[in-house]
Design a protein around this ligand. Structure first.
Ligand code: G1P
Length: 291
């Protein structure tokens, strides 16, 4: 079955970006010329997803305005002959059908995904965590997961090899390799102690999930850090159906922290012809001076 819907949890406080995120949703902070969330929306759209469900919360209305039409701005740009800007503004509002659901209380990632149940219904769907940007043209992170989904007809999580010590901040899987970069998942645990983690394959922010995950999410109890965890629901799903993992190709940027965002900004700027030559020159000068 084709995956046409995606869920983007974006209801958190963004505490690691305070004070910037006090009035601007973290997901709206820019990486170069577009907000963080646009990178995952574009990844979804390029993979054939047509409906995006953004899970949001109070005070984050800027995201809804961003993906909406803006007739006044469009008129002003048209009058000035600012064609490129006008096209971009229109493109953002027409990329996909973007709908919003509210998470009334921030009870965890699992709860956020459960809030999207009425909008998703009984079909497979993708989940994108906007803190994780995966750069791998031409085959994006989600495109790689969708191939595994099409092959096995089961849920798929993205995984990456992490330093042992880092696994305590991630969900970890117990893998059984079934093909190159593809594993059957035998078990999952959220934020394990590195000493007992089932592997150093950590889950990163891309999932393709079968709709049965929603029943499992209804059944989870607070887990790691007292939150309702998506990883725990996947562990319940394992009792009913198989789950796979895809060790995707590409670089992942954790843009959930200012330093990670800076790294992504610099590296992505080097892939953009309008920025790269300037950045190379400035950085060259700067590094030379700071030695
Ligand atoms: C969430 C998931 C975790 C995953 C991580 C990837 O954790 O619960 O399984 O490894 O995202 O970024 P969080 O970063 O929200 O604590």
């Amino acid at each position: 079955m084709q995956v046409k819907k995606a869920v983007i949890p974006a209801a958190g406080f963004g505490t690691r970006f305070l004070p910037a995120s006090k009035t601007i949703p973290k997901e709206m902070l820019p990486i170069l010329d577009r907000p963080m969330i646009q990178y995952v929306v574009e990844e979804a759209v390029a993979a054939g997803i047509t409906q995006i469900v953004i899970v949001t919360s109070r005070g984050k209305e800027a995201m809804a305005d961003y993906f909406d039409r803006s007739p006044e701005l469009e008129r002003a740009l048209a009058q000035k002959g600012a064609t490129a800007g006008l096209e971009e503004v229109r493109r953002v509002a027409s990329m996909a059908e973007v709908v919003f659901v509210r998470q009334q209380e921030q009870l965890g990632l699992g709860h956020a995904v459960l809030c999207a149940r009425p909008a998703v219904g009984k079909e497979p769907f993708a989940v994108f965590l906007p803190d994780d940007i995966i750069y791998h043209p031409p085959k994006s992170g989600i495109a790689q997961l969708l191939e595994v989904y099409q092959q096995f007809g089961a849920s798929v999580v993205a995984v990456e090899e992490l330093p042992r010590e880092a696994i305590r901040n991630y969900g970890a899987i117990e893998p059984r390799e079934v093909a190159e970069r593809t594993y059957e998942v035998l078990g999952l645990v959220e934020k394990p102690d590195p000493a007992v983690a089932p592997s150093n394959l950590g889950i990163v922010g891309r999932y393709v999930l079968t709709p049965e995950i929603f029943d499992c999410l209804e059944g989870v109890r607070p887990g790691a850090i007292g939150e309702l965890q998506l990883t725990d629901a996947l562990a319940l799903l394992l009792k009913r159906q198989k789950v796979y993992a895809c060790r995707f190709r590409g670089v992942r940027y954790d843009v959930g922290t200012p330093l990670g965002m800076l790294r992504a900004s610099l590296e992505l700027a080097l892939t953009r012809p309008e920025y790269a030559p300037h950045l190379r020159r400035w950085m060259g000068d700067l590094l030379h001076k700071s030695q």
